[in-house]
Ligand binder design. Structure first.
Ligand code: NDP
Ligand code: 2IT
Length: 449
Protein backbone atom coordinates (compact mmCIF):
# COMPACT_ATOMS: atom_id res chain seq x y z
CA UNK A 1 0.00 0.00 0.00
CA UNK A 2 1.08 3.58 -0.60
CA UNK A 3 1.50 5.92 2.30
CA UNK A 4 0.81 9.58 2.27
CA UNK A 5 3.65 12.12 2.08
CA UNK A 6 4.03 14.08 5.31
CA UNK A 7 3.57 17.41 3.49
CA UNK A 8 0.17 16.19 2.30
CA UNK A 9 -1.00 14.86 5.65
CA UNK A 10 -2.50 18.13 6.92
CA UNK A 11 -4.47 18.46 3.68
CA UNK A 12 -6.03 15.04 4.10
CA UNK A 13 -6.74 15.79 7.77
CA UNK A 14 -8.65 18.93 6.74
CA UNK A 15 -10.61 16.96 4.14
CA UNK A 16 -11.58 14.38 6.75
CA UNK A 17 -12.72 17.03 9.27
CA UNK A 18 -14.48 19.26 6.82
CA UNK A 19 -16.39 16.39 5.23
CA UNK A 20 -17.23 14.32 8.30
CA UNK A 21 -19.32 11.22 7.67
CA UNK A 22 -18.46 10.98 3.97
CA UNK A 23 -16.30 7.82 3.77
CA UNK A 24 -16.38 7.48 -0.03
CA UNK A 25 -15.08 11.03 -0.46
CA UNK A 26 -12.36 10.40 2.13
CA UNK A 27 -11.37 7.25 0.23
CA UNK A 28 -11.16 9.02 -3.15
CA UNK A 29 -9.24 12.01 -1.73
CA UNK A 30 -6.80 9.79 0.14
CA UNK A 31 -6.06 7.75 -2.98
CA UNK A 32 -5.27 10.83 -5.07
CA UNK A 33 -3.23 12.53 -2.34
CA UNK A 34 -1.23 9.31 -1.82
CA UNK A 35 -0.12 9.56 -5.44
CA UNK A 36 0.93 13.21 -5.29
CA UNK A 37 3.91 13.07 -2.91
CA UNK A 38 6.36 12.51 -5.76
CA UNK A 39 4.95 15.44 -7.77
CA UNK A 40 5.18 17.85 -4.85
CA UNK A 41 8.75 16.79 -4.13
CA UNK A 42 9.76 17.35 -7.75
CA UNK A 43 7.57 20.44 -8.33
CA UNK A 44 6.96 22.19 -4.99
CA UNK A 45 5.17 25.01 -6.84
CA UNK A 46 2.10 22.76 -7.09
CA UNK A 47 1.56 23.14 -3.37
CA UNK A 48 1.78 26.97 -3.48
CA UNK A 49 -1.27 29.15 -2.82
CA UNK A 50 -3.15 26.30 -1.13
CA UNK A 51 -3.67 24.71 -4.55
CA UNK A 52 -4.07 21.23 -3.07
CA UNK A 53 -6.55 22.45 -0.45
CA UNK A 54 -8.52 24.21 -3.19
CA UNK A 55 -8.54 21.15 -5.45
CA UNK A 56 -10.12 19.10 -2.62
CA UNK A 57 -12.88 21.65 -2.00
CA UNK A 58 -15.84 21.73 -4.44
CA UNK A 59 -16.43 25.12 -6.05
CA UNK A 60 -20.16 24.83 -5.34
CA UNK A 61 -22.55 22.29 -3.78
CA UNK A 62 -26.27 22.43 -4.41
CA UNK A 63 -28.81 20.37 -2.45
CA UNK A 64 -32.52 20.67 -3.15
CA UNK A 65 -35.95 19.22 -2.48
CA UNK A 66 -37.60 17.21 -5.26
CA UNK A 67 -41.34 16.78 -4.65
CA UNK A 68 -43.35 14.69 -7.12
CA UNK A 69 -46.66 12.87 -7.32
CA UNK A 70 -46.72 9.07 -7.71
CA UNK A 71 -49.30 6.99 -9.57
CA UNK A 72 -51.40 6.66 -6.40
CA UNK A 73 -51.65 10.43 -6.16
CA UNK A 74 -49.34 10.48 -3.16
CA UNK A 75 -46.72 13.20 -2.77
CA UNK A 76 -43.18 11.83 -2.62
CA UNK A 77 -40.11 13.77 -1.55
CA UNK A 78 -36.57 13.08 -2.68
CA UNK A 79 -33.35 14.98 -2.34
CA UNK A 80 -31.44 16.30 -5.36
CA UNK A 81 -27.71 17.11 -5.55
CA UNK A 82 -25.27 18.78 -7.89
CA UNK A 83 -21.66 19.17 -6.80
CA UNK A 84 -19.78 21.51 -9.16
CA UNK A 85 -16.28 20.48 -8.28
CA UNK A 86 -13.79 22.17 -10.55
CA UNK A 87 -14.15 24.36 -13.64
CA UNK A 88 -10.48 25.13 -14.36
CA UNK A 89 -10.50 23.18 -17.63
CA UNK A 90 -14.02 23.91 -18.86
CA UNK A 91 -17.69 23.79 -17.82
CA UNK A 92 -18.47 21.34 -15.02
CA UNK A 93 -19.17 17.96 -16.62
CA UNK A 94 -20.35 14.69 -15.16
CA UNK A 95 -23.29 12.37 -14.81
CA UNK A 96 -26.45 12.26 -12.72
CA UNK A 97 -27.11 9.18 -10.59
CA UNK A 98 -30.55 8.03 -9.41
CA UNK A 99 -30.13 5.39 -6.71
CA UNK A 100 -31.46 5.09 -3.13
CA UNK A 101 -27.88 5.05 -1.78
CA UNK A 102 -27.09 8.55 -3.12
CA UNK A 103 -25.98 11.15 -0.56
CA UNK A 104 -23.74 14.20 -0.67
CA UNK A 105 -20.58 12.22 0.14
CA UNK A 106 -21.12 9.86 -2.77
CA UNK A 107 -21.80 12.71 -5.19
CA UNK A 108 -18.72 14.51 -3.87
CA UNK A 109 -16.42 11.52 -4.39
CA UNK A 110 -17.80 11.09 -7.89
CA UNK A 111 -17.29 14.80 -8.69
CA UNK A 112 -13.73 14.67 -7.35
CA UNK A 113 -12.85 11.62 -9.44
CA UNK A 114 -14.58 13.18 -12.44
CA UNK A 115 -12.31 16.24 -12.28
CA UNK A 116 -9.15 14.17 -12.82
CA UNK A 117 -10.83 11.76 -15.25
CA UNK A 118 -12.00 14.62 -17.43
CA UNK A 119 -8.55 16.17 -17.37
CA UNK A 120 -7.03 12.84 -18.36
CA UNK A 121 -9.42 12.60 -21.31
CA UNK A 122 -7.70 15.66 -22.80
CA UNK A 123 -11.07 17.30 -23.48
CA UNK A 124 -11.91 20.88 -22.33
CA UNK A 125 -14.24 19.93 -19.47
CA UNK A 126 -14.26 20.54 -15.73
CA UNK A 127 -15.63 18.10 -13.15
CA UNK A 128 -19.03 17.76 -11.49
CA UNK A 129 -21.60 15.18 -10.49
CA UNK A 130 -25.24 15.10 -9.48
CA UNK A 131 -28.05 12.83 -8.56
CA UNK A 132 -30.85 11.91 -6.24
CA UNK A 133 -31.83 9.23 -3.74
CA UNK A 134 -34.82 8.52 -6.01
CA UNK A 135 -35.14 4.79 -6.80
CA UNK A 136 -36.42 4.27 -10.34
CA UNK A 137 -36.85 0.50 -9.80
CA UNK A 138 -40.49 -0.50 -9.99
CA UNK A 139 -41.61 3.01 -10.96
CA UNK A 140 -43.81 3.53 -14.02
CA UNK A 141 -42.64 5.59 -17.01
CA UNK A 142 -45.00 8.37 -15.95
CA UNK A 143 -43.58 8.43 -12.42
CA UNK A 144 -40.05 8.60 -13.79
CA UNK A 145 -41.11 11.44 -16.09
CA UNK A 146 -42.71 13.43 -13.29
CA UNK A 147 -39.68 12.91 -11.09
CA UNK A 148 -37.28 14.04 -13.85
CA UNK A 149 -39.41 17.11 -14.53
CA UNK A 150 -39.45 18.12 -10.88
CA UNK A 151 -35.69 17.48 -10.58
CA UNK A 152 -35.05 19.75 -13.59
CA UNK A 153 -37.40 22.44 -12.26
CA UNK A 154 -34.64 23.20 -9.75
CA UNK A 155 -31.52 22.01 -11.57
CA UNK A 156 -32.12 24.13 -14.69
CA UNK A 157 -31.01 27.35 -13.01
CA UNK A 158 -27.59 25.87 -12.19
CA UNK A 159 -26.64 24.34 -15.55
CA UNK A 160 -26.05 25.42 -19.15
CA UNK A 161 -23.92 24.76 -22.19
CA UNK A 162 -21.13 27.01 -20.84
CA UNK A 163 -21.79 26.36 -17.15
CA UNK A 164 -22.42 22.74 -16.28
CA UNK A 165 -23.33 19.85 -18.59
CA UNK A 166 -24.85 16.77 -16.88
CA UNK A 167 -25.25 13.30 -18.45
CA UNK A 168 -26.29 9.81 -17.28
CA UNK A 169 -24.90 7.49 -14.62
CA UNK A 170 -26.49 4.69 -12.54
CA UNK A 171 -30.26 4.78 -13.03
CA UNK A 172 -30.10 7.54 -15.63
CA UNK A 173 -30.11 6.59 -19.31
CA UNK A 174 -31.67 7.88 -22.53
CA UNK A 175 -35.22 7.85 -21.10
CA UNK A 176 -34.36 10.06 -18.13
CA UNK A 177 -32.11 12.38 -20.17
CA UNK A 178 -35.00 12.84 -22.64
CA UNK A 179 -37.44 13.86 -19.88
CA UNK A 180 -34.87 16.19 -18.31
CA UNK A 181 -33.94 17.78 -21.64
CA UNK A 182 -37.63 18.30 -22.46
CA UNK A 183 -38.21 20.13 -19.18
CA UNK A 184 -35.04 22.22 -19.53
CA UNK A 185 -36.11 23.25 -23.03
CA UNK A 186 -39.54 24.24 -21.80
CA UNK A 187 -38.32 26.19 -18.77
CA UNK A 188 -35.70 28.14 -20.72
CA UNK A 189 -37.57 28.39 -24.02
CA UNK A 190 -34.41 27.50 -25.91
CA UNK A 191 -33.18 24.42 -27.71
CA UNK A 192 -29.80 24.38 -26.03
CA UNK A 193 -28.59 20.97 -27.21
CA UNK A 194 -25.22 21.24 -25.44
CA UNK A 195 -26.73 21.46 -21.93
CA UNK A 196 -26.99 17.68 -21.50
CA UNK A 197 -25.22 14.75 -23.12
CA UNK A 198 -26.32 11.17 -23.62
CA UNK A 199 -29.31 12.53 -25.53
CA UNK A 200 -31.32 10.42 -27.97
CA UNK A 201 -30.20 10.51 -31.60
CA UNK A 202 -33.47 12.16 -32.70
CA UNK A 203 -32.78 15.39 -30.78
CA UNK A 204 -29.04 16.00 -30.77
CA UNK A 205 -27.40 12.93 -29.25
CA UNK A 206 -24.13 11.49 -30.47
CA UNK A 207 -23.70 8.14 -32.13
CA UNK A 208 -21.56 5.82 -30.00
CA UNK A 209 -22.22 7.73 -26.73
CA UNK A 210 -24.37 4.86 -25.41
CA UNK A 211 -21.59 2.37 -26.16
CA UNK A 212 -18.69 4.66 -25.26
CA UNK A 213 -17.92 3.85 -21.62
CA UNK A 214 -17.93 0.08 -22.05
CA UNK A 215 -16.17 0.20 -25.42
CA UNK A 216 -13.58 2.56 -23.96
CA UNK A 217 -12.88 0.24 -21.03
CA UNK A 218 -12.34 -2.64 -23.44
CA UNK A 219 -9.98 -0.49 -25.54
CA UNK A 220 -8.02 0.44 -22.43
CA UNK A 221 -7.62 -3.21 -21.41
CA UNK A 222 -6.59 -4.04 -24.97
CA UNK A 223 -3.78 -1.47 -24.68
CA UNK A 224 -2.66 -2.82 -21.28
CA UNK A 225 -2.61 -6.38 -22.62
CA UNK A 226 -0.78 -5.31 -25.79
CA UNK A 227 1.94 -3.73 -23.66
CA UNK A 228 2.49 -7.20 -22.17
CA UNK A 229 2.44 -8.78 -25.63
CA UNK A 230 -0.95 -10.41 -25.28
CA UNK A 231 -4.65 -9.83 -26.14
CA UNK A 232 -8.25 -10.79 -25.30
CA UNK A 233 -8.34 -13.82 -27.59
CA UNK A 234 -9.97 -16.80 -25.82
CA UNK A 235 -9.54 -15.26 -22.36
CA UNK A 236 -12.21 -15.81 -19.72
CA UNK A 237 -13.74 -12.51 -18.62
CA UNK A 238 -16.02 -11.75 -15.69
CA UNK A 239 -17.95 -8.48 -15.72
CA UNK A 240 -20.06 -7.29 -12.81
CA UNK A 241 -23.26 -5.35 -13.45
CA UNK A 242 -25.50 -5.60 -16.49
CA UNK A 243 -26.21 -1.93 -17.08
CA UNK A 244 -24.93 0.50 -19.68
CA UNK A 245 -21.22 0.12 -18.93
CA UNK A 246 -21.25 -3.67 -18.47
CA UNK A 247 -23.30 -4.40 -21.61
CA UNK A 248 -21.09 -2.43 -23.99
CA UNK A 249 -17.87 -3.62 -22.37
CA UNK A 250 -19.13 -7.15 -23.08
CA UNK A 251 -20.01 -6.25 -26.66
CA UNK A 252 -16.54 -4.93 -27.48
CA UNK A 253 -14.73 -7.72 -25.65
CA UNK A 254 -16.70 -10.30 -27.63
CA UNK A 255 -15.59 -8.58 -30.84
CA UNK A 256 -11.99 -8.80 -29.57
CA UNK A 257 -12.37 -12.58 -29.11
CA UNK A 258 -12.77 -12.66 -25.33
CA UNK A 259 -15.18 -15.07 -23.64
CA UNK A 260 -17.63 -13.59 -21.13
CA UNK A 261 -18.52 -16.20 -18.52
CA UNK A 262 -20.38 -14.18 -15.88
CA UNK A 263 -22.27 -10.93 -15.27
CA UNK A 264 -24.64 -9.70 -12.54
CA UNK A 265 -27.09 -7.24 -11.08
CA UNK A 266 -27.81 -6.34 -7.47
CA UNK A 267 -29.86 -9.56 -7.08
CA UNK A 268 -27.03 -11.98 -7.93
CA UNK A 269 -24.88 -13.25 -10.78
CA UNK A 270 -25.17 -15.64 -13.69
CA UNK A 271 -22.45 -18.01 -14.82
CA UNK A 272 -22.70 -19.31 -18.37
CA UNK A 273 -19.77 -21.50 -19.37
CA UNK A 274 -20.91 -21.46 -22.99
CA UNK A 275 -20.38 -17.72 -22.93
CA UNK A 276 -22.98 -15.14 -21.92
CA UNK A 277 -25.71 -14.56 -24.52
CA UNK A 278 -25.42 -10.78 -24.80
CA UNK A 279 -28.53 -10.35 -26.95
CA UNK A 280 -30.52 -12.00 -24.18
CA UNK A 281 -28.96 -9.73 -21.53
CA UNK A 282 -29.86 -6.69 -23.66
CA UNK A 283 -33.40 -8.00 -24.09
CA UNK A 284 -33.80 -8.46 -20.31
CA UNK A 285 -32.14 -5.19 -19.25
CA UNK A 286 -32.63 -2.66 -22.06
CA UNK A 287 -36.05 -3.73 -23.31
CA UNK A 288 -37.87 -5.34 -20.37
CA UNK A 289 -36.03 -3.52 -17.55
CA UNK A 290 -35.99 -6.94 -15.85
CA UNK A 291 -33.69 -8.91 -13.53
CA UNK A 292 -30.69 -11.15 -14.31
CA UNK A 293 -32.46 -13.99 -12.45
CA UNK A 294 -34.73 -14.29 -15.52
CA UNK A 295 -31.75 -15.24 -17.72
CA UNK A 296 -31.57 -18.92 -16.74
CA UNK A 297 -35.21 -19.64 -17.56
CA UNK A 298 -34.90 -17.94 -20.96
CA UNK A 299 -31.48 -19.36 -21.86
CA UNK A 300 -31.99 -23.00 -20.80
CA UNK A 301 -29.31 -25.52 -19.77
CA UNK A 302 -25.63 -24.80 -19.21
CA UNK A 303 -25.97 -21.76 -16.98
CA UNK A 304 -26.84 -20.95 -13.40
CA UNK A 305 -27.97 -18.01 -11.31
CA UNK A 306 -26.35 -17.44 -7.93
CA UNK A 307 -28.47 -15.30 -5.64
CA UNK A 308 -26.36 -12.86 -3.64
CA UNK A 309 -22.79 -14.16 -3.29
CA UNK A 310 -19.74 -12.70 -5.00
CA UNK A 311 -19.28 -12.80 -8.76
CA UNK A 312 -15.52 -12.61 -8.12
CA UNK A 313 -15.59 -16.27 -7.03
CA UNK A 314 -15.93 -17.17 -10.73
CA UNK A 315 -12.42 -18.00 -12.08
CA UNK A 316 -11.27 -15.66 -14.87
CA UNK A 317 -8.23 -14.06 -16.45
CA UNK A 318 -9.80 -10.63 -16.88
CA UNK A 319 -12.14 -9.00 -14.35
CA UNK A 320 -14.09 -5.80 -14.99
CA UNK A 321 -16.11 -4.39 -12.09
CA UNK A 322 -18.80 -2.31 -13.85
CA UNK A 323 -21.54 -1.90 -11.20
CA UNK A 324 -20.81 0.40 -8.25
CA UNK A 325 -18.31 1.68 -5.66
CA UNK A 326 -16.55 -0.75 -3.31
CA UNK A 327 -18.14 -3.83 -4.88
CA UNK A 328 -14.80 -5.68 -5.06
CA UNK A 329 -13.19 -6.19 -1.64
CA UNK A 330 -9.78 -7.35 -0.46
CA UNK A 331 -11.16 -10.87 0.01
CA UNK A 332 -12.53 -10.83 -3.57
CA UNK A 333 -9.16 -9.64 -4.88
CA UNK A 334 -7.42 -12.48 -3.03
CA UNK A 335 -9.74 -15.01 -4.68
CA UNK A 336 -9.21 -13.47 -8.12
CA UNK A 337 -5.43 -13.56 -7.70
CA UNK A 338 -5.52 -17.19 -6.51
CA UNK A 339 -7.63 -18.04 -9.55
CA UNK A 340 -5.06 -16.53 -11.92
CA UNK A 341 -6.48 -13.13 -12.89
CA UNK A 342 -4.02 -11.15 -15.08
CA UNK A 343 -5.88 -7.86 -15.61
CA UNK A 344 -8.51 -5.84 -13.74
CA UNK A 345 -10.06 -2.62 -15.06
CA UNK A 346 -12.58 -0.41 -13.28
CA UNK A 347 -15.53 0.21 -15.62
CA UNK A 348 -17.37 1.60 -12.59
CA UNK A 349 -16.18 4.49 -10.40
CA UNK A 350 -14.02 3.27 -7.49
CA UNK A 351 -15.45 -0.30 -7.48
CA UNK A 352 -12.31 -1.77 -5.87
CA UNK A 353 -11.64 -1.09 -2.19
CA UNK A 354 -8.15 0.18 -1.26
CA UNK A 355 -7.36 -3.30 0.11
CA UNK A 356 -8.29 -4.86 -3.24
CA UNK A 357 -6.16 -2.38 -5.19
CA UNK A 358 -3.23 -3.06 -2.83
CA UNK A 359 -3.65 -6.79 -3.38
CA UNK A 360 -3.62 -6.48 -7.19
CA UNK A 361 -0.56 -4.24 -7.16
CA UNK A 362 1.31 -6.59 -4.84
CA UNK A 363 0.49 -9.58 -7.03
CA UNK A 364 1.63 -7.76 -10.19
CA UNK A 365 -1.84 -7.87 -11.76
CA UNK A 366 -2.42 -5.22 -14.44
CA UNK A 367 -4.77 -2.73 -12.79
CA UNK A 368 -6.57 0.15 -14.52
CA UNK A 369 -8.25 2.71 -12.23
CA UNK A 370 -11.69 4.02 -13.17
CA UNK A 371 -10.56 7.55 -13.92
CA UNK A 372 -8.53 6.12 -16.81
CA UNK A 373 -10.46 2.99 -17.82
CA UNK A 374 -13.98 4.44 -17.86
CA UNK A 375 -13.12 7.88 -19.26
CA UNK A 376 -14.45 6.95 -22.71
CA UNK A 377 -18.01 7.83 -21.69
CA UNK A 378 -17.34 11.38 -20.65
CA UNK A 379 -14.86 11.85 -23.51
CA UNK A 380 -17.60 10.94 -25.98
CA UNK A 381 -19.94 13.29 -24.11
CA UNK A 382 -17.41 16.00 -24.94
CA UNK A 383 -17.58 14.86 -28.58
CA UNK A 384 -21.36 15.21 -28.34
CA UNK A 385 -20.88 18.79 -27.09
CA UNK A 386 -18.56 19.40 -30.04
CA UNK A 387 -21.16 18.12 -32.50
CA UNK A 388 -23.90 20.21 -30.85
CA UNK A 389 -21.77 23.36 -30.96
CA UNK A 390 -21.10 22.92 -34.67
CA UNK A 391 -24.64 21.67 -35.43
CA UNK A 392 -23.09 18.54 -36.88
CA UNK A 393 -23.74 14.82 -36.50
CA UNK A 394 -20.91 12.39 -37.07
CA UNK A 395 -21.06 8.77 -38.24
CA UNK A 396 -20.71 5.94 -35.75
CA UNK A 397 -17.37 5.03 -37.29
CA UNK A 398 -15.92 8.52 -37.02
CA UNK A 399 -17.06 8.89 -33.41
CA UNK A 400 -15.75 5.49 -32.41
CA UNK A 401 -12.40 6.22 -34.07
CA UNK A 402 -12.12 9.39 -31.99
CA UNK A 403 -13.00 7.40 -28.85
CA UNK A 404 -10.41 4.71 -29.62
CA UNK A 405 -7.77 7.42 -30.18
CA UNK A 406 -8.63 9.12 -26.89
CA UNK A 407 -8.42 5.82 -24.96
CA UNK A 408 -5.06 5.09 -26.57
CA UNK A 409 -3.81 8.53 -25.52
CA UNK A 410 -5.04 8.06 -21.95
CA UNK A 411 -3.21 4.75 -21.77
CA UNK A 412 -0.01 6.36 -23.04
CA UNK A 413 -0.34 9.30 -20.63
CA UNK A 414 -0.76 6.97 -17.62
CA UNK A 415 2.00 4.66 -18.73
CA UNK A 416 4.52 7.40 -19.50
CA UNK A 417 3.72 9.38 -16.35
CA UNK A 418 4.18 6.29 -14.17
CA UNK A 419 7.52 5.67 -15.88
CA UNK A 420 8.58 9.31 -15.48
CA UNK A 421 7.82 9.20 -11.75
CA UNK A 422 9.73 5.99 -11.15
CA UNK A 423 6.80 3.54 -10.95
CA UNK A 424 6.60 1.76 -14.32
CA UNK A 425 3.34 -0.14 -14.86
CA UNK A 426 1.57 1.66 -11.98
CA UNK A 427 -1.54 2.97 -13.75
CA UNK A 428 -3.01 4.35 -10.50
CA UNK A 429 -0.04 6.62 -9.94
CA UNK A 430 0.15 7.48 -13.65
CA UNK A 431 -3.54 8.40 -13.90
CA UNK A 432 -3.60 10.44 -10.70
CA UNK A 433 -0.47 12.41 -11.54
CA UNK A 434 -1.28 12.99 -15.22
CA UNK A 435 -4.83 14.14 -14.38
CA UNK A 436 -3.68 16.30 -11.46
CA UNK A 437 -0.96 18.10 -13.42
CA UNK A 438 -3.43 19.18 -16.13
CA UNK A 439 -5.92 20.58 -13.61
CA UNK A 440 -3.19 22.14 -11.48
CA UNK A 441 -1.51 23.90 -14.42
CA UNK A 442 -4.82 25.53 -15.37
CA UNK A 443 -5.60 26.48 -11.76
CA UNK A 444 -2.19 28.10 -11.35
CA UNK A 445 -2.74 30.15 -14.49
CA UNK A 446 -6.16 31.35 -13.30
CA UNK A 447 -4.99 32.77 -9.98
CA UNK A 448 -6.49 32.25 -6.54
CA UNK A 449 -10.21 31.88 -7.28
P1 NDP B 1 -26.70 1.35 -14.91
O1 NDP B 1 -27.75 1.92 -14.05
O2 NDP B 1 -26.94 1.24 -16.37
O3 NDP B 1 -26.29 -0.09 -14.39
C1 NDP B 1 -25.82 -0.28 -13.09
C2 NDP B 1 -25.55 -1.76 -12.86
O4 NDP B 1 -24.88 -1.92 -11.63
C3 NDP B 1 -26.82 -2.57 -12.75
O5 NDP B 1 -26.58 -3.88 -13.19
C4 NDP B 1 -27.11 -2.51 -11.25
O6 NDP B 1 -27.91 -3.58 -10.77
C5 NDP B 1 -25.71 -2.61 -10.67
N1 NDP B 1 -25.68 -1.88 -9.39
C6 NDP B 1 -25.88 -0.55 -9.19
N2 NDP B 1 -25.80 -0.24 -7.90
C7 NDP B 1 -25.57 -1.39 -7.25
C8 NDP B 1 -25.37 -1.71 -5.90
N3 NDP B 1 -25.44 -0.78 -4.92
N4 NDP B 1 -25.13 -3.01 -5.61
C9 NDP B 1 -25.06 -3.95 -6.58
N5 NDP B 1 -25.23 -3.70 -7.89
C10 NDP B 1 -25.49 -2.44 -8.22
O7 NDP B 1 -25.40 2.24 -14.61
P2 NDP B 1 -24.07 2.38 -15.48
O8 NDP B 1 -23.76 1.12 -16.19
O9 NDP B 1 -24.19 3.65 -16.26
O10 NDP B 1 -22.99 2.66 -14.34
C11 NDP B 1 -22.23 1.62 -13.73
C12 NDP B 1 -20.98 2.20 -13.11
O11 NDP B 1 -20.19 2.82 -14.13
C13 NDP B 1 -21.18 3.28 -12.06
O12 NDP B 1 -20.15 3.20 -11.11
C14 NDP B 1 -21.02 4.57 -12.85
O13 NDP B 1 -20.66 5.65 -12.02
C15 NDP B 1 -19.90 4.17 -13.79
N6 NDP B 1 -19.75 4.96 -15.01
C16 NDP B 1 -20.80 5.15 -15.86
C17 NDP B 1 -20.61 5.87 -17.03
C18 NDP B 1 -21.70 6.04 -18.04
O14 NDP B 1 -21.42 6.64 -19.09
N7 NDP B 1 -22.90 5.53 -17.82
C19 NDP B 1 -19.31 6.49 -17.35
C20 NDP B 1 -18.26 6.15 -16.42
C21 NDP B 1 -18.50 5.43 -15.29
P3 NDP B 1 -29.45 -3.30 -10.41
O15 NDP B 1 -30.12 -3.00 -11.72
O16 NDP B 1 -29.91 -4.54 -9.77
O17 NDP B 1 -29.44 -2.11 -9.49
O1 2IT C 1 -18.78 8.71 -14.43
C1 2IT C 1 -18.84 9.19 -15.58
O2 2IT C 1 -17.83 9.53 -16.20
C2 2IT C 1 -20.17 9.36 -16.19
N1 2IT C 1 -21.17 8.97 -15.59
C3 2IT C 1 -20.31 10.01 -17.53
C4 2IT C 1 -20.31 11.51 -17.40
C5 2IT C 1 -20.61 12.27 -18.65
O3 2IT C 1 -20.71 13.49 -18.51
O4 2IT C 1 -20.73 11.71 -19.75
Amino acid sequence: MNTIDEKLHPILTTVLHRNAGEPEFHQAAREVLESLGRVITRHPEYSDDALLERICEPERQIIFRVPWIDDNNQVQINRGFRVQFNSALGPYKGGIRFHPSVNVGIIKFLGFEQTFKNALSGMPIGGGKGGSDFDPKGRSDREVMRFCQSFMTELHRHIGEYVDVPAGDIGVGAREIGYMFGMYKRLNNRFEAGVLTGKGLSYGGSRARKEATGFGTAYFVQSMLARQGTDFDGKRCVISGSGNVAIYAMEKILSFGGKIVACSDSGGYIVDDNGIDLDLVKQIKEVRRGRMSEYVKLRGDGCRFVKGGSIWDVPCEIALPCATQNELTGADAKTLVENGVIAVAEGANMPCTPEAVGMFRKAGVLFAPGKAANAGGVATSALEMQQNASRDSWSFQKTEERLAGIMHNIHEACDQTAEEYGAPGDYVLGANIAGFVRVADAMRALGVI
